[in-house]
Design a protein around this ligand. Structure first.
Ligand code: NAD
Length: 229
């Protein structure tokens, strides 16, 4: 089985590759190595790493049509909320245009495939002290990051509805674990503790649901069986 992974040098993508490679898949990783990437995150051999930008359509199309994946697992994104508030443009370019490019290129595949789009629960906005989100929750993004992820979800939904595009959207909550960039909450708290800096992770009204990354990687491995078009 051939897997095309986008954003495989990042936090979740690299953990997914490290786990999936135990199952003898042929894996191609597409990543343009932004500040969030670390090539050392991938700790296994035999991964075909290609350094291209998902916003670059000709290269993306060529890579996908040459490789003919059975499954595409799409992690590549600009993912830090604070950065999206400072400069939203790159979030729109990567998260929306990049996802559109993948949809268009995959639509040209002649083989069966399954597209797994890794999104976030932040597209649903914020929960109060109680409750939960599910697939029927209304979209209510609160930041440029979550708006760009919500836009990419809507593209996937529209392609499913209009063209029968074979996709699954995963709206997972915050993850923590190995390979996570130091800008994120738990690594930041730990780094601050080591340098004796004041730790103020959240306002008193904020609560975070954070799950262990191993759980996410294992769940993802269960859902990428190819489906018929
Ligand atoms: N980390 C979390 O807690 C969390 C929670 C919910 C959803 N998500 C989603 O999961 C996915 C992965 O998150 P992460 O925390 O591993 O992200 P990350 O920021 O650690 O890694 C992103 C990877 O994508 C690559 N990338 C960025 N722009 C690219 C482009 N234009 N072309 C090719 N590659 C590009 C980067 O180089 C990096 O390797 C994202 O789509 C994110 O929205 C993350």
């Amino acid at each position: 089985m051939k897997l095309l992974v986008t954003g495989g040098y990042g936090f979740i993508g690299s953990n997914f590759i490290n786990l999936a490679s135990q199952s003898n898949y042929k894996i191609t990783n597409v990543d343009n190595v932004t500040y969030a990437a670390d090539k050392n995150n991938i700790r296994v051999e035999n991964i075909n790493n290609i350094e291209i930008d998902i916003a670059d359509y000709p290269n993306i199309e060529k890579t996908i049509l040459d490789f003919k994946p059975d499954a595409v697992v799409h992690f590549a994104a600009e993912s830090h909320v604070d950065n999206s508030i400072e400069d939203p443009y790159i979030f729109l370019n990567t998260n929306i245009l990049g996802t559109y490019n993948l949809l268009q290129a995959c639509s040209k595949l002649e083989n069966n495939f399954h597209f797994i789009h890794i999104s976030t629960d932040e597209v649903f906005g914020e929960l109060g002290k109680e409750g939960f989100f599910n697939e029927k929750t209304n979209y209510d993004p609160k930041s440029p990051y979550s708006a760009s992820k919500a836009s990419s979800d809507h593209l996937i939904r529209a392609w499913q509805n209009t063209y029968g595009f074979p996709a699954t959207i995963v709206n997972c909550c915050n993850n923590y674990g190995p390979n996570q960039h130091k800008e994120k909450l738990i690594p930041k708290i730990i780094t601050n503790c080591f340098s004796n800096k004041l730790v103020s992770p959240a306002s008193s009204t904020s609560t975070f649901l954070i799950i262990c990354l191993t759980t996410t990687s294992k769940c993802l491995s269960l859902i990428f069986t190819p489906c018929k078009r």
